[in-house]
Write a protein that binds this ligand. Structure first.
Ligand code: ADP
Ligand code: MG
Length: 346
């Protein structure tokens, strides 16, 4: 008997096949859009280091290597507290006629720092070592130093100041020469340099997007999925641990904030913070509560946030613009100025 043509069954099969194909397409599309997240929090270079990245492609988690990069940077190059670092060896060579032979990495960092020192007319000065060590606000604020903090006296400050001055440093034929007693402190730019190394490692061509945070510095990584700018939160200088608002930042930019609220000690009702004015030898007093800088370079954003903190608003904005950076200043009276829009939390 010839099998009977079953029209109903055929329709059911065709419909089932279509549903299956649609289902497979949805699964395929979903898998294509599947994102992998990489989140890590670690203590690196004396500060909290956070990785919050996602990728549209499966790949290795970069967090571990990013942490290693920071630890190597601190140990081998930047920390004057560790004898192993190049900066400690440079400082130990101060006063020696033969100077010290710089690694290519360090020569590049120091040359850029000295350029910013000159551009800021010494507001940012990497030779503040004798002064930062005399005050040691970092030591007091971290609790490493015990007892009662007493500000140094004028004679001590003047002696330390006589050993500061970026214009007394000479780099010639890949060697650095400094006078005896001088010392370099890269504390103001360490985190920015770290973010530059993170950016170089992540290679701007890959599929990662998100943010990396090192203390008061942030790197925006890649494009946001919806193509809008990243929102970077700005700490409220007047309320402990709270945000005052956010700024909108393009991909692959570094954002650094320096503030008097970050690290300070008190003596007889006076607050002494960690950003020292090389013109006076005392903590900077320009009525600024915090300064945020956005730049292509982490080193520049970090150096300028420190430099602009001890300048008048006009000078600070002029310096930032001259260096191709954006700036947001929050004054002690709450006034906000600069060329970046701060979108305040209502
Ligand atoms: P933070 O490290 O808290 O983010 P900054 O980036 O502003 O803050 O750096 C402050 C550190 O920089 C100080 O702890 C000190 O080591 C160093 N420093 C202080 N004053 C100056 C200055 N005028 N120029 C360069 N470095 C400075
Ligand atoms: Mg800084």
């Amino acid at each position: 008997m010839k099998p009977k043509f079953d029209k109903k069954r055929l329709i059911t099969s065709v419909v089932s096949a279509i549903i299956l194909i649609i289902f497979m397409l949805i699964v395929y599309k979903y898998r294509q859009n599947e994102t992998v997240s990489f989140n890590e929090t670690a203590f690196v270079m004396g500060t909290v280091f956070q990785v919050n990245l996602s990728s549209a492609q499966k790949g290795d988690d970069p967090s571990g290597e990013l942490v290693n990069i920071g630890n190597r940077l601190e140990r081998n190059l930047l920390s004057w507290r560790l004898d192993s670092s190049e900066i400690a060896k440079i400082n130990a060579s101060a006063g020696k006629a033969e100077g010290y032979e710089l690694s290519p990495d360090m020569e590049e960092i120091l040359t850029e720092c000295l350029r910013i020192s000159a551009e800021s007319d010494g507001a940012f000065d990497i030779t503040v070592g004798p002064l930062t060590r005399l005050w040691d606000i970092d030591g007091w604020a971290s609790g490493e130093k015990q007892g009662e903090f007493v500000p140094p006296d004028k004679t001590e400050i003047e002696k330390a100041l006589s050993l500061c001055g970026y214009d007394k440093v000479e780099i010639r034929d890949h060697r650095i020469y400094m006078q005896e007693g001088m010392s370099i402190d890269l504390g103001a730019v360490g985190k920015g340099i770290y973010l530059d190394k993170c950016r170089d490692y992540l290679d701007q061509g890959n599929a990662l997007s998100g943010v990396i945070v090192a203390g008061g510095s942030v790197l925006t990584v890649g494009d946001k999925k919806d193509g809008t700018d990243w929102n970077v939160g700005i700490t409220d200088p007047f309320k402990d641990g709270e945000l005052i608002g956010h700024i909108e930042v393009e991909p692959w930019k570094s954002v650094s904030t320096s503030g008097s609220y970050e690290r300070f000690v008190e003596y007889e009702g006076m607050r002494y913070h960690h950003i020292l004015d090389p013109k006076t030898g005392y903590p900077a007093e320009k009525g600024n509560a915090s300064v945020t800088i956005v730049s292509q370079s982490g080193l520049i954003s970090d150096a300028l946030s420190t430099a602009c903190f001890m300048l008048d608003t006009e000078e600070a904005v002029e310096l930032a613009e001259r260096m191709g950076a954006e700036i947001c200043i929050i004054a002690e009276d709450g006034t906000v100025s600069g060329n970046i829009k701060l979108i305040k939390i209502k």
